[in-house]
Design a protein around this ligand. Sequence first.
Ligand SMILES: *[C@@H]1O[C@H](CO)[C@@H](O)[C@H](O)[C@H]1NC(C)=O
Ligand SMILES: *[C@@H]1O[C@H](CO)[C@@H](O)[C@H](O)[C@H]1NC(C)=O
Length: 441
Amino acid sequence: MEVLNKGEGVRWGLVLVLCFVFAVLVPRLEADIAVFDDVWKQRAEQAHNASKEAYDPNPDVVTDNFNSHVHKAVEGANSTRRNLKKTGGGCVATNPIDRCWRCQKDWMQNRKRLAGCALGFGRKAIGGKNGKFYTVTDSSDDDMVNPKPGTLRHAVIQPGPLWIIFARDMVIRLSEELIMTSDKTIDARGANVYIVEGAGITIQFIKNVIIHGLHIRDIVASNGGLIRDSADHYGLRTRADGDGISIYGSSDIWVDHVSMSNCQDGLIDIIMASTAITISNGHFTHHNDVMLFGASDSYSGDSVMQVTVAFNHFGQGLVQRMPRARWGFIHVVNNDYTHWLMYAIGGSQHPTIISQGNRFIAPPNEAAKEVTKRDYAPESEWKTWTWRSEEDLMMNGAFFVQSGGPLKSQADDVIPAKPGSYVTRLTRYSGALSCKANQPC
Ligand SMILES: *[C@@H]1O[C@H](CO)[C@@H](O)[C@H](O)[C@H]1NC(C)=O
Ligand SMILES: *[C@@H]1O[C@H](CO)[C@@H](O)[C@H](O)[C@H]1NC(C)=O
């Protein structure tokens, strides 16, 4: 979902064909919910309260803490490598999130260890840690109101915490949006799970979700209709735009090691007062509007939005919005930007963007060397927005136009971000992993 003004379309006239700028979409406060009944009203209010609570009044403590974890992981990597050599393992987890679990042979017996591994704003997401396991055995998605036991749709509507895993490799074509409930982990490790050519995943007015290891691609708009959204409720939905993962009014969310490409709308949208979110270790390719954080310049509720974007590889065939942000606070750290056609990081309505230790490789097009893009504001206005670049590695003519004052003078013991020259190491294993039982992953 996005609000576009005509200026943007005109400015990028050459790529008009790539964009869906013809439709001027009005942000819909009620999202794809056709009947905003008492159940949804209650969920919306609860979620709104949860977002306020999840909001961190000291975001710079979170960013510093993240950087210090990376520092320790990189410093420790030498000794780890030596140890692994001794035991014959070939696994090198190059970043602190992966080091938390990836090189342990017994990852399958200890799946829930993952729940303590997130860093950044989404670090409190534990998903279904305190629940049972649910094994998805059936890739079908035929009944939206009474989903068949064994399907992913049946799993995600169960009450209470649940750790969802997959019995085997599968390709799931969702007939309508997959509407999740709180306290769930979707853990695709050990199977190749593809969500393709149907609707995407909707995380709406809920909290505490981990999504790990999915391949999501070719997601298309869906028509809507009656869809069950919890064990005891279903309701009428309108058309969904075809986002890969849509995070709407939700908090404590961690999306890790996903591979995503070519969805009809965005790959990942974070909108309507969502917060406390980390997107890490993703591999993103072949897409126009990659990530939209905040869909409306007039919705100040997105001021609570705090998102960490870390260790991702923004790769082939991407055009723009990695991310495009409004209102909130975004830590973009240690990502590898190897391709973009228009720009990498953009925004409007004074978001704070802390770009640290990324590698930005600009495209050959002389007109697209700038990493940043500000919309709907003259320089006199945007020069006060805090958009800072530290330790970023700029290649092939890439440049980041900074604004706002330098970051708060940091205490002496604060460890700076690992420089962008480390990024190829830190992101080497981005995207969905191929994990085998009883082997390091
Ligand atoms: C949300 O917070 C308000 C104010 O603290 C409270 O009155 C209300 O009951 C809360 N609503 C829900 C659904 O928890
Ligand atoms: C790893 O060891 C090499 C050789 O001893 C050294 O040059 C390098 O600085 C070390 N790297 C880190 C990150 O400690």
